[in-house]
Design a protein around this ligand. Sequence first.
Ligand SMILES: Nc1ncnc2c1ncn2[C@@H]1O[C@H](COP(=O)(O)OP(=O)(O)OP(=O)(O)O)[C@@H](O)[C@H]1O
Length: 356
Amino acid sequence: MAQITLSNLAHSYLAQPKSDADYALKAMDHVWEDGGAYALLGSSGCGKTTLLNIISGLLRPSQGRVLFGDRDVTEAPTAARNIAQVFQFPVVYDTMTVRQNLAFPLRNRGMDPGYIAGRVNHIAAMIGMEERLDRKAKGLTADAKQKISLGRGMVREDVNAILFDEPLTVIDPHMKWELRTQLKSLHREFGHTMIYVTHDQTEALTFADKVVVMYDGRVVQMGTPEELFERPAHTFVGYFIGSPGMNLLSAEVNGAQARVLGGTVDLPASYKASGKVQIGIRPEHVQLTAGDGLPVKINRVEDIGRHRLVRAETAGQSLNIVLPEGASLGPDLTHARFTPEKISVYADDWRIEGVR
Ligand SMILES: Nc1ncnc2c1ncn2[C@@H]1O[C@H](COP(=O)(O)OP(=O)(O)OP(=O)(O)O)[C@@H](O)[C@H]1O
């Protein structure tokens, strides 16, 4: 197992990239710590698969180095990297049985047959395939085949890292939850470095200790789920994490006050900010009041599980508000107040710190 370091790494699919826009991955330095369980989260096309393929060696980066521990593997082929990779769609040998498929990576490395048998049984139990070990993979459903792919990805104990690229797309919802839990326990048991690509935030937040959020070819934040929720470093993280995401209002900031279209908002600190500024507040940290704060127009109310979500607007800018459990919604609630210490200020989309 190893720490994975990406140093000044960038990638363009074009032979002669000219501007930033030509890069699927913009220059980045990033460290994946040994034994970490990471989710790599971002919307379609932001560069997740490109990054994973560079780590596994399927793709040579157009710039920068990839290190496993102290070893520079940038030029090393996939086979020399000791990485297991599980893709979105099943990769299994149809003519082999489930057992042979699972055993394949171990047999390939000449492991002891007794060890292989035990290990295959252990993994088969994790993916719920014990009963079907002697069936040929041919004829199994896509869902079952993908479980075999997952099992094969997890069968080796000696890999540097396991990379998962949206591995549960074809798995039915109940089994998804179960497999995620299994992956988590496998991580606890063996401590492999795991990177799990997804664009589903629930999947990311339940699997990972650290979530890495990518946007437009860049890593914009790495943090615990709580850090991403409480202190999004970039407006994209605020918008992408949370359901619904953070409210963002265009503002002019002057010291410890922000002027927005509907009025003024008290900030948790003094800010020196200019240019395009936004204030961000989670729907969970907005309270409806009878006159305190910004005037709001309520458009509709939705049930979201235990809570209700108020879809409102203030001076034409949309504002979502989560009603606390049991709270009632009367006609006197005409304004919205933001909890000051929960407000983030963004200049050109990046969170800035104020001075207390
Ligand atoms: N083989 C390729 N040739 C040219 N452009 C590519 C190639 N693969 C990906 N791209 C482009 O690189 C960018 C990043 O793609 P990538 O597949 O890494 O994103 P992603 O975040 O994994 O997206 P998704 O969630 O849809 O899989 C996209 O603009 C994509 O169109």
